[in-house]
Design a protein around this ligand. Structure first.
Ligand code: TEU
Ligand code: CA
Length: 600
């Protein structure tokens, strides 16, 4: 650990008896960790050894019967998470917001969303998290704010308002034929359909919004804006928060000159918007002025950033971020907004490329679900009654034995599935409704085709309430209804049932997390895919010195007698999702969706 940080930490520890001085909790004891000693070339860090659990607060647990999840609800379930074994909680936005995009449109960065509770509820939740030796990272959504934030209210009021330059305003191109008399400044599309520019009559200019009209982009080229962001980060870090997940952070520095996108660039605007001229300068400045002063974890949501560009953001010698979310794997079954079938070798190849591209200085993340993607077992497994449990366990095996910090999404530890949406009215997500208006109501796409695709890839699949038990509303709320309908399969799939069943996805995930905690090879070990071209088997090793682990998974529903490459005969079976005891042989008789972890 760097001398400055060690000195700072000892200072914090020194003052920790003074009330109000934040203290970050100790890391889970990693047997291989020796102060200052590298492990397989890696500098040991708590956030490399952690298992992260993402909470979408609106859907986790309601404590006051209004059908909307809240902070007291989260606090009431922290024992559940502690028993699962997770180390870090990533809390999706909990800030004051008019919820145009469910909190990813922030009106006040220092205030808790009214529906979620008060600041005292946040402080209580954080205190209980720390008492259970867990940590909390919060969502930093500063590429844009809400249009109801006071900065924007000021900014749009007049061209010479001191906050005008907090956002990106441009005059339109005169066009008497258009309703505003102007066309947008350029052809930038919004990720939520339509133009990324909104005409504002008050000053007859357009403002930029890469996402919704109610999410105007902040102007990071304005040093005052950066100062505001750094101050609000310190506000939460001084409260004892352990870090940030940074929303769409690669697009904060806008392309120079804002020229039109070419036809090619329009196919992937995220790439065109990302990695602007000052992105690295601003991340380095953020690290120097804020992050380097705390023992924290940072993960950037890096849409538009390629694997090859990743080291520039996370190499620990560059002092920017600790890790990023790369979207290649989670979007292996997507073509833009369209769902597509995927082949296992394509997914396996991504993990091999990550191992080749990201060296000991560039740490990685592992995830296949979050609040922006459909449910894990429905997307990458088989959520039919026969295979839901085995394939949910198989996917958990992969997420918790691959190289990089694993991020689990609430409910995946129960094997929760996609929701049986019927009509467009069943959906809440602004992205879905905006695209419906832009594509179905304009007859570009038939309602049937649009809904068929949406049922597969809608973000709302991940946002249905957490299924705690078989009581009404799945025990998510004591109220008569929930803000988004509970999945009707909650009577079969719920935490109470899973906890009572030793062979459940919940307990299997618990065993996997415990195994990862006591096995440095699964954290710092080298990764090697033994059979990259096999169509249905994913078999890889994790090696740390003399410690060798083999993970074998059958992604098909059919049994197979699989001959291990190189005649490998793993002696010790450590974990298996279907109760197998087979070991000491090079031919493994695997059932459909079977997964095993061996030590050899
Ligand atoms: O998401 C950015 C992003 O990657 C998504 O917009 C994604 O491309 C799309 O939704 C896939 O369907 C972040 C947040 O995670 C998301 O919830 C917000 O809506 C968005 O930024 C704007 O803040
Ligand atoms: Ca509530």
């Amino acid at each position: 650990m760097r001398p400055v940080r060690a000195f700072l930490i000892s200072l914090v520890l020194l003052f920790s008896t003074v009330p109000g001085v934040a203290q970050n909790s100790p890391s889970p004891a990693n047997p291989a960790r020796v102060e200052g000693k590298l492990i397989n070339g890696y500098e040991p860090m708590w956030w490399k050894e952690a298992v992260v659990y993402q909470i979408y607060p609106r859907s986790f647990k309601d404590s006051n019967g209004d059908g909307i999840g809240d902070l007291k609800g989260i606090t009431s379930k922290l024992d559940y998470l502690h028993q699962l074994g997770v180390d870090v909680i990533w809390l999706s936005p909990h800030f004051d917001s008019p919820n145009a995009d469910n909190g990813y449109d922030i009106r006040d960065y220092r205030k808790v969303m009214t529906e979620f509770g008060a600041m005292a509820d946040f402080d209580q939740m954080l205190a209980v998290i720390k008492k259970r030796h867990m940590r909390l990272i919060i969502d930093l959504v500063v590429n844009h704010s809400s249009d109801e934030h006071k900065w924007f209210v000021e900014s749009r009021s007049s061209k010479d308002n001191p906050y005008r330059d907090y956002y990106i305003w441009r005059p339109g191109k005169p066009n008497p034929a258009s309703p505003t008399g102007f066309d947008p400044p350029n052809n930038y599309p919004s990720f939520f359909s339509g133009s990324a520019w909104q005409f504002d009559p008050a000053t007859s200019e357009y403002y930029l919004h890469y996402f919704a009209v109610k999410q105007p982009d902040l102007n990071w080229d304005n040093p005052k804006v950066r100062g505001e962001v750094f101050d609000l980060m310190k506000f939460w870090l001084d409260k004892g928060v352990d870090g940030f997940r940074m929303d769409v952070i690669p697009i904060i520095s806008k392309p120079a000159g804002l020229r039109d996108l070419t036809a090619d660039e329009l196919k992937n605007p995220g790439k065109a918007y990302a990695n602007g001229p000052h992105m690295h300068d601003y991340l380095e400045e953020m690290n120097r002025r804020v992050l380097s002063k705390y023992d924290v974890m940072t993960v950037g949501e890096a849409m538009g950033i390629s694997l090859e560009q990743t080291p520039q953001m996370v190499d620990d010698r560059r002092h920017e971020l600790n890790m990023i979310f790369n979207f290649d794997a989670v979007r292996v079954n997507r073509d833009g907004r369209l769902w597509k079938s995927w082949a296992l070798p394509d997914l396996k190849a991504i993990y091999t490329k990550h191992a080749e591209e990201l060296d000991v200085h560039s740490w990685d993340t592992v995830f296949l679900s979050n609040h922006d993607n459909p449910r894990l077992v429905s997307s990458f497994g088989d959520d039919s009654p026969a295979f839901r449990v085995p394939s949910a366990k198989l996917l958990a095996t992969m997420l918790l034995t691959l190289r990089g910090t694993p991020f689990l999404y609430q409910g995946d530890e129960l094997g929760m599935t996609n929701y049986p949406f019927k009509t467009i009215d069943d959906f809440n997500d602004i992205e879905a409704h905006n695209a419906y208006k832009a594509e179905v109501l304009t007859h570009k796409v038939s309602e049937e085709d649009y809904l068929a695709n949406l049922r597969h890839m809608s973000r709302d699949n991940a946002r249905t309430p957490m299924q705690w038990d078989a009581s009404p509303q799945a025990g998510f709320t004591t109220g008569p209804s929930s803000w988004l309908a509970v999945n009707p399969n909650y009577t079969q799939i719920n935490a109470a049932q899973e906890i009572s069943d030793p062979a459940s996805v919940y307990h299997y995930t618990q065993h996997l997390i415990a195994l990862r905690h006591k096995t440095p090879a699964l954290v710092y070990g080298d990764f090697k895919d033994l059979d990259p071209r096999h169509p249905t088997i994913f078999a890889y090793t994790r090696t740390l010195g003399a410690d060798h682990y083999l993970v074998v998974m059958n992604f098909s529903a059919n049994s197979i007698a699989y001959s291990l490459p190189g005649g490998l005969q793993p002696a010790k079976l450590v974990l298996a999702n279907l109760g197998s005891t087979e070991a000491g042989t090079s031919t493994l008789h695997l059932q459909g969706r079977e997964a095993r972890v061996y030590k050899f």
